[in-house]
Design a protein around this ligand. Structure first.
Ligand code: SAM
Length: 411
């Protein structure tokens, strides 16, 4: 019985400034080069042709491209080589030269003939996870990539048993529009590390269920026109918990700085000398129309989009919006917090010259299971909202983009 082959010996190469040669400028090079560039390798690509992405790396000066086929001597002075051409004979020749010079050599065409293998890698928070098959015969890139993904995910969401860092202070986390998958990786990690979470009604509420029991969850209850925990009270709660040395997450809907009062909170915390981290989020202003099949821009249709708060009516003296200017825009108008005022907003736009047949879509509870879309025009939207019982939260999109996309025939 043949002896079991020895497993590969894992190692981290520090390639900064060291000559690294890639032979072949196709898909393999395109996938591997970014990590080699990130490692600071002094990269030479030898290949008569390259994919447009690889060519762009050469144009940007990230790699030196020698535009010809491999020739003996190309590996002179190299520390590491990746052979990835479709020409078996050239690969064998380059491989033989690498062996001669004792340069570690990865081959995309023949794992058995290679002297090094590229692991499936992922990075999170200062750790690189690298997964290698034990034997060449077992090499299954899909399996190693799946194991890598599972490990990185587990590290990110805190489900593998590592001690979570405890960083006192406040993170203002944009939670995205509601679908729990639409929070950022960083936001999710900070949530997993929190002692206290102060959450809005909007945003990914489902994620709160996943928090361990010791995490204190406080509902900021910023329900429009309902019971309200004043902003002052929210600021004070953030300050009090942070001063107790806790890791506090202020989980907000969408992005913290798009009608999210995030800066008020950041300023109040800064005034108390409390460290604040801001984690951007996917704003409902773009993602909710997108989820309903409406692009806020579309080539040849809208070259701009403007996001406006509709929380006060155009005739309200507190309004800071120039509705006359809005009526003149040719692009898309996205109105947040405007369900109750949309009749008056539409009337103001029409009074300032916007055509009454301009299409309007209201997308309620976007990205959640309750998402629904109601279409109208500026002339009909006031009535339609009442007739259809559209309720906040909804994003209102005004403009020709409403007619684009696969959903355009919905009423
Ligand atoms: C106080 S603003 C906060 C906006 C948030 N910071 C953002 O970037 O999406 C709340 C408004 O956002 C809109 N909104 C937020 N999430 C929504 C969702 N899932 N579906 C529809 N509208 C949403 C509604 O217009 C709602 O009245």
């Amino acid at each position: 019985m043949p002896a079991a082959p020895h497993p590969a010996y894992p190692v981290g190469l520090r390639l900064t400034g060291r000559k690294t040669v890639v032979i072949g400028g196709g898909q393999v090079a395109q996938r591997r080069l970014p990590a080699l560039i990130a490692a600071g390798a002094d990269l030479t690509l030898v290949s008569p042709s390259a994919t447009p992405s690889v060519e762009a790396m050469a144009d940007a000066g990230e790699i030196t491209w020698v535009r010809r086929r491999y020739e003996r001597g190309d590996l002179e002075g190299a520390w590491y080589v990746l052979i990835a051409t479709g020409d078996r004979a050239a690969n064998d020749e380059a491989s033989a030269e690498a062996e001669e010079h004792r340069v570690w050599c990865v081959r995309s065409d023949d794992a058995e003939a290679a002297t090094a293998w590229t692991p499936a890698t992922g990075r999170t928070e200062g750790v690189t996870v690298a997964v290698l098959s034990t034997e060449a015969a077992d090499r299954d890139p899909r399996r190693t990539a799946a194991i890598r993904d599972a490990l990185v995910e587990a590290l990110r969401d805190g489900t593998v048993g590592v001690e979570r860092p405890h960083t006192p202070g406040v993170a203002l986390v944009g939670g995205g529009p509601g679908d729990p998958d639409l929070i950022t990786v960083r936001g999710r990690r900070l949530l997993a590390e929190a002692d206290v979470v102060i959450a809005d009604r909007l945003g990914p509420r489902d994620l709160l269920d996943e928090l361990p029991p010791h995490v204190e969850v406080i509902d900021a209850a910023k329900i429009p026109y309902g019971r309200q925990m004043g902003q002052e009270a929210i600021n004070q709660a953030l300050i009090d918990h942070a001063k107790q040395g806790k890791a506090v997450v202020r989980l907000k809907g969408g992005d913290p700085f798009v009608f999210g009062r995030g800066m008020e909170e950041a300023q109040a915390l800064a005034a108390e000398g409390i460290p604040v981290t801001v984690v951007p989020g996917i704003s409902s202003s773009i993602s909710v129309p997108g989820a309903a099949g409406i692009p806020v821009t579309h080539r040849g249709v809208a070259h701009e989009f403007t996001v406006v708060s509709g929380h006060v009516a155009p005739d309200d003296e507190r309004s800071l919006v120039d509705w006359g200017a809005m009526a003149k825009l040719t692009g898309t108008l996205v109105v947040l917090m405007g369900v109750d005022k949309i009749g008056k907003i539409a009337a103001a736009l029409v009074a300032h010259g916007k055509p009454g047949d301009t299409p309007v879509a209201l997308v309620q509870e976007g990205t959640t299971a309750a998402q629904r879309r109601v279409d109208a025009t500026l002339a009909t939207v006031g009535e339609t909202v009442a007739a259809e019982g559209v309720k906040p939260p909804a994003v209102i999109v005004i403009g020709d983009v409403v007619r684009e996309g696969p959903e355009r025939n919905r009423r």
